[in-house]
Design a binder for this molecule. Structure first.
Ligand SMILES: NC(=O)c1ccc[n+]([C@@H]2O[C@H](COP(=O)([O-])OP(=O)(O)OC[C@H]3O[C@@H](n4cnc5c(N)ncnc54)[C@H](O)[C@@H]3O)[C@@H](O)[C@H]2O)c1
Ligand SMILES: O=C(O)C(=O)C[C@@H](O)[C@H](O)[C@H](O)COP(=O)(O)O
Ligand SMILES: [Zn+2]
Length: 361
């Protein structure tokens, strides 16, 4: 096994480690001791189960355990899917000391975490992310939940995992488009608060595309450490944590309006960050040159930087009005003052936001 990086998320009794390395799923000593009771449920999906589920099974032999493979895709990130997890827990007879092992990308992780938050008002969940996006973002920080037809992640809970185990070997099978989507959330960390990291990515955007363990470990650990710092200071998004939403008011509207089936989350975030950066420039908060820099980096990483054609600006604006960051009927967005300097912008003018949806505006 190659070197393992470890990052602590210090949240008192809710604290946990993030471990990053190759082959971690095969080392049951890393996660098996965390299972306190007799019941374990592997929550995964139909694509990931055949690839990685067998890695976990030997260590579960002396427990009551089951595996639930949910249908694949963001369109299935629904309460109906979570109800299937609760049904599986009921069939297993899972008590308060049961543990869910969330094996998959962010969709699986968000649903498994939410099911764990609610079952008997809270059982343990170990996040075993198998996508780049889940390793750098969704498995960390305890945001869990599902989508609603009216908006992304509108139903959910904060529920921290007991452990995050990021096995780099699982990325070997990740399709290129999904991999690139994860790069968008890595760029986001630089864009919102870490200009030096952003400059590193700009200096050699292709280094990460090689999927070489050392470069990957560095980027994943850097993104996780940054996010962990924010979460430790503001676990439930009373303030600073909202900055991790840079680009997301636009991204979530895009995902909602396109029925959660056209754009990947990371792709929507790439577009959303460029729109937020351009809007910041038009409102006089930031240089337009920084928005252009950001778009150039995302383009170099083969990520989209413009909304797909033919979308209805009014529908997109309507979706943005249901964003969780809004207050008292006004739009509250994450904008920036330039690379690495995101801030919370209250009461943003709706006409300006609407104009952002015009392609090339
Ligand atoms: N909770 C949070 O803080 C947070 C943060 C960011 C994103 N998210 C959420 O995460 C979701 C996106 O996550 P995602 O990008 O991981 O998408 P995903 O979970 O849909 O996974 C992407 C695709 O890759 C497949 N896959 C997963 N691992 C694989 C592997 N190792 N080999 C081959 N195929 C594999 C999946 O089956 C799926 O088809 C969105 O719902 C988003 O809202 C949550
Ligand atoms: O962890 C956070 O906080 C984030 O905002 C991370 C985002 O990348 C992620 O997409 C998150 O799910 C969005 O949260 P939401 O509260 O806007 O639904
Ligand atoms: Zn995101």
């Amino acid at each position: 096994m190659s070197a393992v990086r470890e990052i602590e998320v210090r949240l008192g009794a809710r604290g946990y480690s993030i471990r990053i390395g190759r082959g971690l799923l095969d080392d049951a000593t890393l996660w098996r001791p965390l299972l306190r009771g007799r019941h374990a449920l592997i929550v995964t999906n139909t694509s990931v189960a055949p690839l990685y589920q067998a890695r976990l099974q030997p260590a579960l032999a002396d427990l009551h355990w089951r595996a639930l493979a949910l249908p694949d895709g963001e369109a299935h990130k629904t309460l109906a899917s979570v109800a299937r997890i609760w049904d599986a827990l009921a069939e297993l007879g899972a008590t308060r000391d049961a543990c869910i092992l969330a094996l998959g990308g962010g969709v699986v992780g968000d649903m498994a975490g939410f099911a764990a938050a609610c079952w008997m008002r809270g059982i343990d969940c170990v996040q075993m992310p198998t996508t780049l996006l889940a390793m750098v973002d969704s498995a960390v920080g305890g945001k869990t939940g599902v989508d609603h037809a009216a908006g992304k992640n509108l139903i959910g809970a904060f529920h921290q995992p007991r452990l995050v185990l990021a096995d780099l070997a699982t990325l070997d099978t990740l399709p290129p488009r999904e991999y690139r989507a994860g790069l968008a959330e890595i760029v986001k960390i630089g864009a919102l608060g870490d200009a030096a990291f952003l400059a590193q990515l700009e200096h050699d955007p292709m280094a990460l595309n090689a999927r070489e363990d050392a470069a990957l470990t560095h980027a994943i650990a850097h993104a996780c450490a940054y996010k962990a710092g924010v979460v430790m200071r503001d676990e439930t998004e009373q303030g600073e944590r909202a900055l991790l939403n840079f680009g997301h008011s636009f991204a979530h509207a895009l995902e909602t309006v396109t029925g959660y089936s056209t754009l990947l989350h990371g792709e929507a975030v790439a577009i959303g960050m460029v729109l937020a950066a351009r809007l910041s420039a038009r409102l006089g908060h930031a240089p337009m040159a920084d928005a252009q820099r950001l778009a150039a980096l995302l383009h170099a990483l083969d990520l989209p930087t413009q909304p797909p054609p033919g979308l209805d600006a009014d529908a997109l604006l309507a979706a943005m009005r249901l964003d969780k960051k809004n207050r008292a009927g006004t739009l509250r967005l994450i904008l920036w003052r330039g690379a690495g300097q995101a801030f919370i912008a209250a009461d943003v003018d709706a006409d300006h936001v609407r104009a952002s949806w015009v392609r090339n505006a």
